[in-house]
Design a protein around this ligand. Structure first.
Ligand code: TRP
Length: 344
């Protein structure tokens, strides 16, 4: 039996290179492995939990995210791509699972707590928002998922899912197995900082480089990137640690890029050594980063342009994937109802 891998994204904007490095690359790797069956979905219902007044925004972004997936190389022949709300079984499972989780447990979830603070809900927390960890557990369990490749911030949600498994199985028999998160080992692959050097790249902070950005957008953004503030003159020694330009290079630069665009170094280590010693200017490093990013993103941009022009083809892929996902979720839902004695 193949192991099931599942991840999703909220459709609240186009995907940026932080998503690419942090999750898309992993998915591309996993989809090539025969021992895995991969599901990737667009979590529109989860996005609505904090965008209740803005459903059109969420709906419009479904296509944007789907175009990014396909452009980045997710292949519908190998990975099932679907839309959360087109699998209503997930919602039904959510309702059943809600009875196994207490309100105080939801209020203690560290990820949810952080989000409540950041989103300035105050005391007006939408119920749907507070409950989204249960819906996320339903997403994961409906497919009998083994592995959830996510960022560290998602660990509390996997933990919540495992608790539901424990409670459900102890009450109604071994219906579910325990899913595990898969957090990538390499620091630079986990989270890219924004171009302003802030900890997180995000749309709301306006510090992101998008997969859909043009060559000019990328050049403009890289040229104004935050670097080492103490590296003033070219001859000054600089630091590469915590320097976003070098963090991006660590994530994207390959030795072949040096041959093509900056052949006085063989690899990133040599470039870093020079920067740290002094004598290597930021502009030169940034020009190299522009070349590297454009080299890597150009094929993605081209494919994206194709899908943007063929939205009906993209929707067709999502519809097909959703039907396939629904079959699996239906089977699990029936098992759950049968175990609970409510399959009438
Ligand atoms: N919470 C995830 C995010 O904000 C999206 C998501 C929804 C998800 N359901 C999931 C991720 C199930 C992994 C598994 O990006």
């Amino acid at each position: 039996m193949k192991k099931v891998v599942l991840t999703g994204d909220r459709p609240t904007g186009r995907l940026h290179i932080g998503h690419y490095v942090g999750s898309i690359l992993k998915r591309l790797e996993l989809q090539e492995e025969k021992k895995y069956q991969q599901f990737v979905f667009i979590a529109d219902l989860q996005a609505l939990t904090d965008n209740a007044s803005n459903s059109k925004f969420v709906a419009d972004n479904i296509l944007e995210v789907a175009c990014d997936y396909l452009a980045a190389g997710l292949d519908p022949k190998k990975t099932t791509l679907f839309i959360q709300s087109l699998v209503p079984e997930l919602t039904e499972l959510t309702v059943l699972f809600m009875n196994f989780v207490t309100l105080s447990r939801l209020q203690r979830n560290p990820t949810v707590k952080d989000e409540i603070k950041n989103k300035n809900f105050g005391t007006s927390i939408p119920t749907g928002f507070l409950v989204y960890p249960i819906s996320q557990a339903a997403d994961i369990l409906a497919f009998k998922t083994d592995i959830v490749p996510v960022g560290e911030d998602q660990n509390p949600l996997i933990e919540q899912t495992r608790e539901i498994v424990k409670t459900f199985n102890s009450l109604y028999g071994e219906v579910f197995k325990y899913p595990n998160s898969l957090v990538s080992e390499n620091q630079s692959q986990r989270r890219l900082p924004g171009i302003d050097g802030k900890q997180k790249m995000s749309k709301s902070m306006g510090n992101a480089i998008y997969l859909s950005d043009s060559e000019k957008d990328i050049t403009d953004k890289v040229m104004k990137m935050y670097t080492d503030p103490n590296h003033i003159k070219v001859s000054d020694p600089g630091t590469t640690k915590d320097n976003p330009v070098f963090i991006y290079l660590e994530a994207f630069a390959k030795d072949e890029h040096f041959k093509l665009y900056c052949n006085e170094y063989n690899n990133l280590d040599e470039m870093k050594t020079h920067y740290e010693k002094g004598g290597l200017g930021d502009v030169k490093v940034k020009r190299f980063l522009c070349n590297v990013l454009n080299h890597e993103l150009e094929p993605i941009r081209k494919r994206r342009a194709y899908y943007e022009k063929h939205p009906e083809e993209v929707m067709e892929i999502l519809m097909k994937g959703s039907k396939k996902a629904q079959k699996v979720a239906r089977k699990t839902l029936n098992e759950v109802k049968k175990a609970m004695g409510i399959l009438y």
